[in-house]
Every structure is written in C-alpha cells, then in structure tokens.
Ligand binder design. Structure first.
Ligand SMILES: Nc1ncnc2c1ncn2[C@@H]1O[C@H](COP(=O)(O)OP(=O)(O)O)[C@@H](O)[C@H]1O
Ligand SMILES: Cc1ncc(COP(=O)(O)O)c(N)n1
Length: 281
C-alpha cells in the first residue's frame, strides 16, 4: 500500500539540523513519503548562519509544478520561505489547490505554516517585509500556523501571553499552535492550541533538559504535517508531534556535536543501529 505523501517547502541547513534535513527525516520516521521544494540554500552550522542564497522564483515555481502535478500530496508544510515573492507564490498555490479541490472538499491537503523568521542562533531568516507577507497572504489561507513565542509576537505586532497571541492570530483564519513555554523555569513545555472561534487550550508535556535544540521547530511542524497526512485530527496530531520532538530531544540530549546549539536527533531510534566501530570525540 502507498504511504501518504507530505510536501515540505523550506530552506536547507548545511549542518543537517533544521530546514529540509529535519523535515524529510521526520516524514520518513513517521511513515510518510517526503517531497521537497527548496526555497533557499543556507550555509549554516550549530553556531549560526553565514550565508543565505534564495532560490530564484522561477525555480521555486518549477519545483511546485513538478510535485503538485504528479504526486498525491496529503499535507503541505512550509518552513523558511525567505522572500516576499516566495510567501506570495505559496499563498497563491494554496488558493489554487483549494479551488481545484473545492473549498469544502475533505481531500484538500492541510497546510502547516511554520513562520520561520529567526533561527535558534539568532540569525534573521525573514525580515519585516516577509513578516508582513505572512500576515497578509499566507496565514489567512493556512490550516494551522506554528509560531514560537517570539514569532507569535512578531506576527501579532505586539507582546502578549501565548494564549492571547494564539487567539488573536486564529482570528486571521487558521488554527494556531504557539509552541514552547519556559522549560528552564517550570520543567514543562506548554504549547497553546487555538482554533478559530474556540477558547485556546494548553497542551502540556515534560521538558527535556538540553541545549541541543537546533531544528526543534522544523521537526515539530513536520511531525504535525505527517500526522495530519495520516488523517489524525488536529489536536491529536499536535500532541503526537510534541511527543515525537521530546523523544528525539531525549536521544540527542547528551550529544556534543558542533560548537554551538547542537542538533535535535534525526535518527530513527526504533531501528536497530548497525554495529559501529567509530566514535567521534
Ligand atoms: N526542551 C524541550 N523539551 C521538550 N519539548 C520541547 C523542548 N523545547 C521545545 N519543545 C517542544 O518543541 C516543539 C517546538 O517548539 P519550539 O522550541 O518553541 O520551536 P522553535 O524551534 O521554532 O523555537 C514544541 O512542541 C515545544 O513544546
Ligand atoms: C533553513 C532553516 N530553516 C529553519 C530554521 C529554523 O530552525 P531553528 O529555529 O531550529 O534554528 C533554520 N535555522 N534554518
């Protein structure tokens, strides 16, 4: 039997922690075939981002045509889009897809938008113009948006509690999960889920104490898309996605890869590993 197909539209991370590296590994781990449309190539490691090369608009459109004309995409996830042109092009595709499927059709693929604006290392991956394009064009057509607290504040244009921000952003149309919480302070993470017209609900789970968290947000939004591609309802998909992230963080918790914030594990831990004779320092 065929696996469901999920499409990530995102940038690359040469260090293999975030972006398409995280997305495709997460899809594979969760039994989903992953297709990818690359929007930007970053030179990046655990310490930061040293170069960003946006992919030309025509090449993004050609990749979208290739995937969407051929594969039965069951969920779409967007990560780093990087430019206003890319945000607008994706929003237009989503509108086109909803027209093609009929706006009430159950076969319309859900669209998970991770509004990537700033990397864990602090690098800016989308400026003020990109932020505006998300608010004006992509959020209104998304199924669910997954900002962390900083991204939620940026998108809302002001400070506020995660539940207030989730409720406000849900007013633009999509369901919203404001991720994070304050694990250092409470030992617990709280993601706030707000669906349009409903009160926000806290989704709590134990925090894994580690600084190896580069790629966490990409992994979460991909896991959410993978569970939606399998047909899970949103709340269940969000809970499973957080549990997947926690499991991967627990795996890489004590790793010492790189000089900065190390990667979340993208290993498939329920597979037997080949016997290794090599260890890295
Ligand atoms: N230390 C942690 N332990 C367990 N889960 C975590 C931890 N840090 C973040 N998460 C979870 O990872 C997911 C992604 O959240 P977050 O880290 O806020 O994304 P981002 O990388 O965009 O900042 C959320 O479900 C969040 O609760
Ligand atoms: C290409 C790319 N996409 C997304 C992120 C955000 O991930 P993180 O918040 O873990 O740095 C990133 N650093 N690089």
């Amino acid at each position: 039997m065929n696996p469901p197909v999920a499409l990530t539209i995102a940038g690359t991370d040469s260090g293999g922690a975030a972006g398409t590296a995280a997305d495709l590994a997460t899809f594979a781990a969760l039994g989903v075939h992953g297709a990818c449309v690359i929007t930007a190539v970053t030179a990046q490691d655990t310490t930061g981002v040293s170069d960003i090369h946006p992919v030309p608009h025509s090449a993004i459109e050609a990749q979208l045509d290739a995937v969407l004309d051929d594969l039965p995409v069951a969920a779409i996830k967007t990560g780093m889009l990087g430019t206003v042109a890319a945000v607008e092009a994706i929003a237009q595709r989503v509108v086109k897809l909803s027209v093609a499927h009929g706006s009430l059709s159950a076969s319309q693929p859900p669209v998970v938008v991770d509004p990537v604006l700033v990397a864990t290392s602090g690098a800016v991956l989308g400026g003020e113009d990109v932020r505006r394009a998300y608010v004006d064009h992509l959020l209104p057509v998304a199924t669910v948006v997954t900002p962390n607290l900083d991204e939620a504040r940026a998108l809302a244009g002001h400070d506020g509690s995660p539940e207030e921000l989730a409720t406000q952003l849900a007013g633009l149309g999509p369901a919203v999960v404001v991720t994070g919480g304050d694990p250092a302070a409470t030992g617990e993470c709280t993601d706030w889920l707000a669906e349009p017209g409903q009160p926000p609900i806290p989704l709590r789970h134990p925090a894994v104490p580690t600084s190896n968290d580069h790629g966490t947000g990409c992994t979460y939004s991909s896991a959410l898309a993978a569970h939606l591609a399998h047909g899970a309802p949103l709340r269940e998909a969000a809970e499973h996605a957080a549990a997947y992230v926690a499991r991967q963080l627990a795996t890489s918790r004590h790793w010492t890869l790189g000089r900065g914030r190390g990667p979340i594990a993208h290993l498939f831990t329920d597979q037997p590993s080949p016997t290794s004779t090599k260890e890295t320092a």
